[in-house]
Design a protein around this ligand. Structure first.
Ligand code: BES
Ligand code: MN
Ligand code: ZN
Length: 523
């Protein structure tokens, strides 16, 4: 076959080719009283020079010299600042990473997350094989030891994340570094609950790594077909079924709205359904719906060119559904979770939707497409209608939906919308517990008026005021049959600038929600 004939059609590489398998970091637990020798000791130091309780046996064994060391060095005082020092003990020099914790009574959950994230960076770049970390205490009483273990485990494993697609290998350092062994030293007895917390934290980080990998892959690699292959690969790895609907299947179901977004792309749309059934009882599933726009040019309502490369991250909602499912499957949680992804590429071109076009959604409601750049809701509405068939306990959609949400909440906080207060409160709490926070926004009827159309049941454009709210209001017209929440992660899923990359959010929040559900008492 001539080379040209081969290169014409749409193509995608297989996931295994592009994202290397990495050995996850090992994270274990040890009683603090059991001393050992590692390459690196991470030593938290409070502002008054005192050490965490779990570090005291170490210090005692060295006749208080660790405390002395912490006092003598000029460790910067801000929470999370670190200083690597060498400490000669016996015949080898041991490295000690001093970690500044600030005043003991102000070291709360938030500070804990901050300190650990920064320690994780320092640990991961220290290229040591074995690391001992006496667990830090927190001042606020609501945080249990299990919480401290889980958060530490997640932060440390996440610190080792490197985007590791071989195509971009030149950028990856520490290529062949051995799998590091991290040990958390705890003062309490090591219970199965604590072991589970350590394992969960690592599994969440593993899920986040998948989410980041998929997000960071460029649009010419991670297209709808690639996402479908990645889903099949995940299903195969963990033994759950994955269904991929092709364009024709979607058309038969009446998904004209979702299909309209991908019409001008050379990469055909896919509709991906992953089904994890971990509960033996026939329990209603949690359905996670992800926006999988693998590149968003805006279509005919073309976006301006500045930072347009960031629109490869417009599938981060989908990527977080992958990440959450991987976490659930890794831990074999006894719950049912279904992941649904509308995977499309939003391109301009001769077949593209025009502003003013009217399409019929799978629900039967018609939509006037006033702006082809408001494409996420066009994809999600059909996925949300499809979700009904699973008689879900809850549906949570996750989407990089609006620039307006970035204006409202910035890069710190995801926008949360819900038609159910219990669900909303629970998600907010999960966000607070994990430091992956969301803030609830209104879904009031007053806003629905902005979606009026003279030519269809609704338009896909609510105008500039309250853009994140009207986008959510649009979705709410398709979620009347179940309890539903929507997370707008346009600001939180990726960062631009020097540290450009996917963040793995909101995998911690969603994971926490699913972990709690797995633990809840059943009738
Ligand atoms: N993918 C964008 C939203 C987005 C913006 C994500 C910035 C991440 C960073 C979405 O499809 C979009 O283009 N939304 C439009 C909607 C508007 C046309 C109603 C927007 O926010 O401008
Ligand atoms: Mn758009
Ligand atoms: Zn988009």
């Amino acid at each position: 076959m001539p080379a040209t004939a081969k290169s014409n059609g749409p193509s995608h590489a297989t996931p295994v080719e592009l994202v290397r398998r990495r050995e996850p970091v090992q994270i274990g637990l040890r009683p603090a009283s059991q001393l050992g020798k590692s390459d690196l000791l991470v030593l938290g130091v409070y502002a008054d020079g005192s050490l965490p309780r779990a570090a005291q046996p170490f210090d005692a064994a060295l006749d208080g010299r660790l405390r002395e060391l912490a006092k003598q060095t000029d460790l910067p005082k801000k929470v999370g600042e670190t200083l690597l020092v060498y400490y000669a003990s016996g015949d080898t020099a041991r490295r000690v990473l001093l970690l500044s914790l600030g005043p003991r009574d102000e070291f709360d959950g938030k500070a804990y997350h901050k300190a650990l994230a920064s320690a994780a960076q320092a640990v991961a770049s220290s290229s040591t094989r074995s690391v001992d970390i006496p667990l830090l205490e927190v001042s606020d009483a609501e945080h249990s030891t299990a919480w401290r273990v889980q958060q530490a485990s997640r932060a440390l494993a996440d610190g080792y994340y490197r985007f590791a697609a071989p195509l971009f290998a030149a950028k990856v350092s520490q290529e062949n570094a051995p799998t590091p062994q991290i040990c958390l030293l705890v003062e309490d007895p090591i219970t199965p609950e604590l072991e589970h917390a350590a394992r969960s934290g690592r599994a969440i980080a593993e899920g986040m790594a998948l989410t980041k990998d998929l997000g960071n892959l460029p649009g010419n690699v991670c297209n709808p077909g690639y996402l479908a292959d990645a889903a099949r690969a995940l299903g195969k790895e963990f033994g759950f079924p994955v269904e991929v609907l092709e364009r024709e299947d979607m058309a038969k179901l009446g998904m004209e709205s979702a299909l309209s977004v991908g019409k001008a792309s050379a990469e055909p749309c896919r509709f991906i359904v992953m089904k994890y059934f971990g509960s033996e009882a026939e329990e209603q599933p949690i359905v996670l719906v992800g926006k999988g726009v693998t590149f968003d040019t805006g279509g005919v309502s073309l976006k301006p060119g500045d930072d347009l490369d960031m629109m490869k991250y417009d599938m981060c909602g989908a990527a977080s559904v992958f990440g959450a499912l991987k976490m659930v499957a890794r831990l074999a949680l006894p719950i049912n979770v279904i992941g649904i992804i509308g995977a499309v590429e939003n391109m301009p071109g001769g077949r593209a939707s025009r502003p003013g076009d009217v399409v019929r959604s799978m629900s039967g409601q018609t939509i006037e497409i006033l702006n082809t750049d408001a494409e996420g809701r066009l994809v999600l509405c059909d996925a949300l209608t499809y979700a009904e068939r699973f008689q879900p306990a809850y549906v949570i959609d996750i989407a990089t939906l609006t620039g307006a949400c970035v204006i409202a909440l910035g890069a710190q906080t995801s926008g949360l919308f819900a038609n159910d207060d219990v669900l909303a409160d629970e998600l907010l709490q999960c966000g607070a517990d994990t430091g992956d926070r969301a803030w609830r926004m209104p879904l009031w009827d007053e806003y629905q008026e902005q979606l009026k159309s003279n030519f269809a049941d609704m338009s896909n454009l609510g105008g500039r005021p309250a853009g994140a709210v009207t986008a959510a209001c649009f979705l709410s017209r398709f979620t009347k049959g179940y309890r539903w929440a929507h997370l707008d992660i346009a600001g939180t899923a990726s960062v631009n600038g020097e540290r450009k990359g996917a963040t793995g959010r909101p995998v911690p929040l969603i994971s926490e929600f699913l972990l709690k559900r797995a633990e809840r008492p059943r009738a």
